[in-house]
Design a protein. Structure first.
Length: 209
């Protein structure tokens, strides 16, 4: 009755080149539907550089298409292809469509053993980090939970351009090869104004709103 599972040993290997190993996970459904109609977020983490990407979907059925788009974008930037993917055994990853995609691309798909999320620990930690930051940003800005996707996307962006413990450069620099520009950063939820084209305003109306 008092039995508990012991510490889980570290598994797998560390990739030495970008896209050599990619971790993926899905989080949801979220308590609120986002402004864009999403209930789920898929996280993608490059094992070598620590760069992460996120995608939002209304259902789990739409995840495959988002994953393919992320992979294509990352491969174009890195000039390399994804070699190995690690996920849990969720149906959004283990299905005929995704299996065919991985096979056609020559991608090795490794899955975790059932009920052992520790085997996909990198993705689990990323989810936890992003959700904690998202929660804090929404509370601090006093914005509604409906904006969770916008907050999470911002949290992921900030994570990529921020220093990481034990790393000499940010995930952005490690993957892109260039230092990130942070001059445009503002506080999440602050007032923002957009320029109004002169064709859409008269001479007395404000030039920005």
């Amino acid at each position: 009755a008092k039995q508990s599972r012991g510490p889980f040993p570290a598994t797998g290997h560390k990739a030495v080149k970008p896209l050599g190993l990619v971790h993926m996970d899905v989080c949801g459904p979220m308590p609120e539907t986002s402004l864009g109609g999403s209930r789920y977020v898929t996280t993608v983490l490059d094992d070598c550089t620590g760069l992460s990407a996120v995608a939002f979907t209304e259902t789990k059925d739409a995840i495959g298409k988002k994953v393919r788009a992320i992979f294509e974008a990352l491969e174009n930037i890195a000039g390399r292809r994804v070699k190995e993917v690690r996920t849990d055994r969720g149906r959004e990853f283990v299905n005929q469509t995704m299996g065919d995609y991985f096979s056609n691309k020559g991608i090795i798909h490794g899955t975790t053993v059932g009920y052992t999320p520790e085997q996909n620990g990198a993705a689990e930690r990323l989810n936890r980090t992003l959700l904690e930051k998202t929660r804090a940003m929404l509370v601090e800005s006093e914005l509604p939970q409906q904006l969770w996707a916008e907050a999470l996307a911002t949290a992921n962006y900030l994570r990529n351009i921020s220093p990481v413990a034990g790393a000499k450069v940010t995930p952005h620099e490690a993957f892109m090869g260039t230092k990130p520009d942070i001059s445009h950063l503002r506080v999440f939820g602050c007032a923002a104004y957009a320029h109004v084209p002169k064709e859409k305003r008269n001479k007395l109306e404000p030039v920005s709103r």
